[in-house]
Design a protein around this ligand. Structure first.
Ligand code: AFP
Length: 338
């Protein structure tokens, strides 16, 4: 049986469907190659040279979070892979305060790439799934790609988005605005192979994902929603729900992409001054694009995530996403209780 590799899928999206151009195809190939590199680094773990790739780096990122060695290594792999191909005008990352300029010796392209190089890094040391999240925008005509303002576009402007999950298998989930597809890394051949076409989030769910230890900080609509779920078959929802929390958004979202559910990292009294916990431009927006393309929904509780026009590169946001009917119930509670 003929297998569809990522390269073949992208060529078909370009040549037959006209959904992407050659530069975007190259960009996505290069990002996938970088994800393979990150997957290999993670696989080596503590056995890698110089004391292994696990553990603290001893530094902090722009958000004041302690960086792991693998955060820095994954960031470098993505930067190095993408800066010389001629397809990018600039890059921005969770791990860098300012956009990364393409060195003058390389040609510049029309696209901007944003990423969280290693999502869920607290999972590294315990050998649980982590991932990479990325978003692709066009650099506006005449805009300076060294400036954050060039990146500050609403999520609706994304031309592609994806994530890699480094779990028991390495997966790459991708959208170019033509549905969502999932590729599995065939380690023997070193290529991503199409394994899930047209991913759709099941509308009905019995699963939710939220960090329950934050319950005392939640706003009333979130508290009411989770209370309803916890009440189970005897409560207003009339059925029992199960809870899962991987503490890596990629893994939680991938579960929802596969078997439905709802993921919440809402704004609360503890994170309100920051605007939430998750980052809008390289975590929430790409996930929202993927989830919407798979028939789901993504909201802050009061507005569609992809409609927000960012005011800062590292802006944070309230995130509620997944099965459409669940997201709509949370939005309804926000409307009724605000
Ligand atoms: P990092 O990107 O800093 O590793 O954080 C992971 C994350 O942003 C997201 O992937 C998880 O859903 C969330 O944090 C977990 O946060 P808690 O530790 O507060 O549950």
């Amino acid at each position: 049986m003929r297998r569809t590799t990522l390269s073949r899928y992208l060529i078909e999206e370009q040549r037959e469907k006209g959904k992407i151009n050659a530069d975007l195809r190259l960009l996505l190939e290069v990002v996938s190659r970088a994800c393979k590199g990150i997957s290999i680094a993670i696989g080596k773990g503590a056995s890698a040279e110089n004391g292994g790739v696990f553990g603290e780096a001893g530094s902090e990122n722009v958000q004041g979070e302690a960086q792991k060695k693998l955060d820095i290594l994954s960031n470098e792999i993505l930067l190095e892979a993408n800066e010389w191909g001629g397809h990018l005008a600039g890059m921005a990352s969770e791990e860098m305060a300012e956009p990364h300029s393409i060195p003058n010796r390389y040609p510049q392209g029309e696209y901007l790439l944003l990423f969280d190089p290693l999502d869920g890094s607290s999972n590294i040391d315990i050998n649980v799934s982590v991932g990479t999240i990325f978003s692709v925008l066009r650099c506006p005509d005449g805009a300076d790609p060294t400036q954050s303002s060039s990146f500050q576009q609403a999520g609706t402007q994304q031309v592609a988005a994806g994530y890699a999950v480094y779990g028991p298998t390495t997966l790459l989930v991708l959208t170019v605005g033509d549905g969502v597809v999932c590729f599995t890394l065939d380690r023997e051949y070193g290529s991503f192979v199409l394994t899930h076409e047209n991913m759709q989030i099941p509308a009905d769910t019995k699963e939710f994902a939220i960090n329950m230890s934050n319950a005392r900080f939640w706003d009333a609509p979130v508290k009411r929603y989770v209370d309803d779920l916890l009440a189970g078959a005897n409560g207003p929802r009339g059925k029992d729900f199960n809870m899962r929390w991987v503490a890596a958004m990629v893994a939680d979202v991938h579960r929802i992409m596969t078997r439905g559910g709802v993921f919440l990292y809402p704004i609360d009294s503890r994170n309100r001054d920051k605007g939430g916990k998750l980052r809008l431009m390289y975590e929430a927006n790409p996930m929202a694009f993927i989830v919407e393309q798979a028939g789901g929904a993504a909201t802050t509780g009061t507005e569609r995530i992809m409609s927000i026009v960012p005011t800062a590169l590292h802006q944070r946001v309230s995130v509620i996403l997944g099965s459409k009917s669940e997201v709509e119930i949370v939005e309804k509670y926000y409307r009724e209780m605000n």
